[in-house]
Write a protein that binds this ligand. Sequence first.
Ligand code: HEM
Length: 396
Amino acid sequence: MEETITFPQVRTCPYRPPHGYTELTAQGPLHRVELYDGKLGWVVTRYAEARALLSDPRLSSNRTDPNFPLISSRGAAAREQPPAFIGMDPPEHGHYRRMTIPEFTVKRMNELRPKIEKITERAAEQLCTAGPSADLVVNYALPIPSLVICEVLGVPYSDHEFFEDASRRMMRSATAEGAGVARRELLEYLDSLVDAAIENPRPGLVSRLANGELARGELPRDYLTGIAVLLLVAGHETTANVITLGTLMLLEHPDQLAEFRANPDVVPGVVEELLRYTSVADTAGARVATADIDIAGQRIRAGEGVLIPNGPANFDPAMFPGPEEFDIHRDSRKHNTFGYGVHQCLGQNLARLELQIALPLLFERFPTLRLGTPATELRPRRADTIQGVDELIVTW
Ligand code: HEM
């Protein structure tokens, strides 16, 4: 009898995918896994098969399908969330995804750049005030994406403290109940934002959709709040954890950090290699098969769950030779960290922009930055969530 493997697995090093996945990648591209609820599914551990399956229309993202694979009870609670296109299939998926495009164009990114720079400067001041030894997560890494999303959605600055607190509780609560309470608070808040925007139109996605698609009857109201919550969830912890783990990795690699500091031209490449290496969203990419699929000598049967974590694909030596080596000169641009296919991350260019601003500015403002806690003492996070560390004490 073949041994069943559990998924997801816990990291031993916070900034690198679990070593158990490396062994699976070496053994083959597809494996049977047992999920927390005892259901069996497939996990895909090589790059080529991961990309082939992520672009295969026979795999569905429909989270309301009773066979959709769940990696924890928290995933089950997320089913109560209002509908959002990350959990839809074409053509419905494309219909709603397209409504958000104006917020993510190159023009919009260029407009956002000075605002992100300002937000980052303010976060650096917050960190400085909290120092000379302080937690990078709450003082720098979380406020940046949180305030950027406020900007994208059109959340007034006066509400940012509530917004940051509720989103942190929604994503970081130890219990499904705590996360559920925060989710409901945020939904109520976003709903009130829709009313406020109808009365007084303002910049941002919520107001644009409220006075456009919603007013024209093309977008149900709960779909609008669903889109807002999706952007908040998808763009917050993910980006924050790349800032945190990226800082940690650079501090752990002083030669490469010195080059990063000295040469702005290497910044985009460093960010791509950090995205590959840290693979923070490696539990994303869950699907359910809607038809039998033959791949790599295996048959995925209709109704079976398929997990396509990006960590193993990002460490597949066939795609990234010597994957264990953190190398800022490697061409990492084809990493799988933003997924692939129709659901490929909508906010990837925004995330890149935030990282390309936040990481250099941190090392410029704090030239003597170092870890306050040895890296070996940092505890990786639970396996079923976005990867990172809950706290990173830095000193300068
Ligand atoms: C480093 C930061 C980020 C990472 C690692 C990341 C990762 C991902 C991944 C892996 C997916 C695909 C999920 C799937 O296939 O089921 C995804 C989708 C998505 N991401 Fe990101 N993301 C990041 C930042 C952002 C930001 C800043 C935003 C927006 C503010 C965002 C918005 C979205 C949305 C809306 C989707 C759903 C796309 C769709 O279903 O069509 N993400 N992201």
